[in-house]
Design a protein around this ligand. Structure first.
Ligand code: DON
Length: 435
């Protein structure tokens, strides 16, 4: 069988190829000379499978796509509070290089605009690093996200530094507010080197998949940043990643994303996929024209919008029945699938309807494949309250979906591998009481 996904990607690339609107970034001379016809798209799945079509192994500079990843490094190196004290999380609705700071605090509004990203660069790694060590930390971290060692493009770096007046102005303003505490020139130099890291579309898809995969690179298995950091970064990408086009993007595409002026564009859909596209012609917001069209297509063709309401999950309570009769009767709530809060709430409703005369109750998890933390706590509370109401509670849990269940405070559960064992336990208990 021919592989389906690369064929789909090739077809969609073919559909956008004729759109030659927009221009490669002109303010960095070295970027202006990029081949505008380049076009590629790659999907990296959270299990490490990569699909691609077009120019997915051509290197280009990462530019602003580095921003969410370096934000992730700063959050994990310094902790949330010191970073949030210096850079906000509010969408600016302004261009990426706007010279704007919060009027009262002098903080940049968010880490995706240049003012925020320049500050964030200075927060990557330990406080006492010198500028060279800080760049090393940043490149090492970006490489961990990509799963291979990345280098910088010296020509693009030098070309941007010759024209970095606006970023230098922003950095000096940040220094005047004490948001930057280091030499503004050195920080802009480091930030520009960060933006000059060379990546391919394949790398970018893997970097995005690392975010989609809770911070674990799907190929190397390395936990690059903690899960809590990933949630913060994806949230900020969703609200601020596309600058003054963020609202249009959130409604029409609905994937946490980030663009770069070399023509790259990434999106990360939590738990599912990292997507990257490359096409150098940009629109007025500095986002790749064909990249935006490709993401619109991917989102609608594959239902990838994060606000897409999933099909109603199969009922968590597969059956609610009684086995055997008389004193050995056993009320069984047979559960199934993945259980989150809404599923656990269904179990609460069923449990509340159990008559006090039905002494023995089993929660059967044999067909359950996942239980999230809140659902686990609710199921344990059900067990505790049933115990306090005089029921004997059994947990049928052959796959240890709920290891070491402890309902606490007067609750008690007997864990068994199957319903027959629950019966035998009950018979033994009844025999013991009788003798
Ligand atoms: O700060 C700059 O101007 C660039 N090195 C990065 C800007 C960028 O990629 C904006 N994104 N679309």
């Amino acid at each position: 069988m021919r592989p389906i996904i690369p064929d789909y990607l090739a077809e969609v690339l073919g559909d956008v190829e004729s759109d030659t609107s927009g221009e490669p970034a002109g303010y960095i001379p070295e970027l202006a000379s990029a081949d505008p016809e380049r076009l590629g798209a790659a999907f990296a799945m959270v299990d490490g499978e990569v699909y691609g079509a077009g120019d997915i192994d051509v290197e280009f500079t990462i530019q602003s796509i580095s921003k969410p990843f370096v934000y992730a490094l700063a959050l994990s190196d310094r902790g949330f509070d010191p970073v949030l004290a210096k850079v906000g999380v509010e969408p600016s609705g302004e261009a990426f290089n706007e010279i704007s700071l919060e009027s009262d605090t002098g903080r940049p509004l968010n880490p995706m605009i240049n003012a925020g990203a320049i500050t964030v660069h200075s927060l990557a790694g330990a406080e006492d690093l010198n500028p060279t060590e800080r760049v090393d930390r940043v490149l090492h971290g970006l490489s961990a996200f990509a799963g291979r060692r990345l280098k910088t493009d010296q020509a693009v770096y030098a070309s941007e530094m010759e024209h970095a007046h606006r970023n230098l102005a922003i950095a000096h303003m940040l220094r005047s507010h004490n948001v930057l505490t280091e030499d503004p020139g050195a920080v802009v130099d480091g930030y520009t080197r960060q933006c000059s890291a060379l990546v391919t579309t394949r790398d970018l898809a893997m970097m995005a998949a690392t975010l989609a995969n809770r911070g674990v690179n799907p190929l190397s298995g390395e936990q690059v940043v903690p899960e809590a950091v990933v949630r913060q970064v994806l949230s900020v990408m969703f609200s601020c990643g596309m600058y003054d086009a963020a609202g249009d993007w959130a409604t029409q595409v609905g994937i946490p994303a980030k663009s770069g002026v070399a023509g790259g564009l990434i999106g990360a859909l939590p738990g599912q996929i990292g997507i990257a596209t490359f096409s150098p012609r940009l629109d007025g917001h500095g986002n790749s024209v064909r990249g935006v069209s490709l993401f619109e297509r991917f989102s609608s063709d594959m239902g990838l919008h994060v606000m897409e309401v999933p099909a109603a999950a199969r009922a968590v309570v597969r059956s609610n029945h009684v086995v055997a009769g008389g004193p050995s009767a056993l009320r069984v709530l047979q559960l199934q699938g993945g259980i989150g809060f809404a599923g656990a709430e269904r179990v609460v409703q069923e449990a509340m309807a159990i008559s006090p005369s039905e002494v023995r109750v089993a929660l059967d998890l044999t067909r359950v494949h996942s239980i999230d933390d809140v659902a686990r706590r609710v199921l344990l509370e059900i067990a505790r309250r049933l115990t306090l109401n005089g029921h004997d509670v059994y947990l049928v849990d052959p796959e240890s979906m709920m290891p070491d269940p402890d309902p606490g405070d007067g609750g008690r559960v007997t864990v068994v591998d199957n319903l027959d064992l629950a019966d035998q336990r009950a018979a033994t208990a009844a025999g013991g009481q009788g003798g």
